[in-house]
Design a protein around this ligand. Structure first.
Ligand SMILES: Cc1cc2nc3c(=O)[nH]c(=O)nc-3n(C[C@H](O)[C@H](O)[C@H](O)COP(=O)(O)O)c2cc1C
Length: 217
């Protein structure tokens, strides 16, 4: 498939079929993702792939932690967001609403518990970064994530990046025996999209190009 088509088509999926994904296919996707550029070619990314009963156990543990701590999906900003950004978030949720209504589910519960359970995907990938790196290396992880979600689409698979679970990093590290010096940066749900679930028909919008560019000539 051509790259531009993949870029235009890719979107976040929030319902997956339980069908397992062959290990070789996951490996191939990660092999391609690590073609991503990184500063001084340090390749700081680490991928933890959780499948099968372990993935189910992880989902159950995260939902339990969510119910106890009630830390929900949010931009996690460090000071109040300028209106431009908060309006975009609110608009996205507003546009998602009819799909959740059609499903007859509570939007907060679906998104928060769904995120904790990787929306029923058979595979959870955790991208980790050694804590000896500075914050700047998060950029490298972000690029690898960008590659991964596009490659998954090309492979006929769907993804949802899951930032919420980072609020429960201690529990994840404990359950999966992730060493203390590794930071879990982002999770990704990976699976075959379930086309029958209405929220998977939702496609988010983007603001006009002019809102993002300032030319200095
Ligand atoms: C860093 C990051 C964290 C995200 N965390 C979550 C999450 O915890 N739960 C969720 O449902 N979606 C999450 N998303 C998906 C975004 O909501 C989604 O990318 C955004 O609404 C744009 O939609 P699109 O991916 O379909 O273009 C996350 C995306 C990114 C890049």
């Amino acid at each position: 498939m051509d790259l531009l088509k993949v870029i235009r088509e890719r979107k976040t999926l929030r319902a997956f079929k339980p069908d397992p994904i062959p290990r070789e296919k996951i490996e191939e996707m990660i092999r391609l993702s690590i073609h991503a550029p990184s500063a001084i070619n340090l390749q700081p990314w680490e991928f933890i792939v959780v499948t099968g009963e372990e993935k189910e156990r992880l989902g159950r543990r995260l939902i339990k932690s969510y119910k106890e701590k009630q830390i929900a999906c949010s931009p996690g900003n460090v000071k109040p967001l300028p209106k431009t950004y908060s309006k975009r978030g609110a608009k996205t949720l507003e546009l998602m609403k009819p799909f959740f209504e059609e499903m007859g589910v509570n939007i907060d519960q679906y998104i928060n518990e769904g995120s904790c359970n990787f929306y029923g995907a058979p595979v959870a990938i955790l991208l980790c970064l050694d804590d000896s790196f500075p914050k700047a290396r998060l950029v490298d992880i972000g690029i690898a994530l960008g590659y991964l979600v596009l490659i998954a689409h090309e492979f006929g698979l769907g993804t949802c990046p899951i930032g919420l679970i980072i609020a429960y990093e201690d529990e994840i590290k404990d359950l999966l025996n992730i060493p203390e010096n590794k930071n879990v940066v982002i999770g990704v749900a990976l699976g075959y999209p379930d086309p029958d679930i209405p929220i998977n028909r939702f496609k988010s919008q983007r603001d006009h190009l002019e809102t993002f560019i300032r030319w200095i000539e």
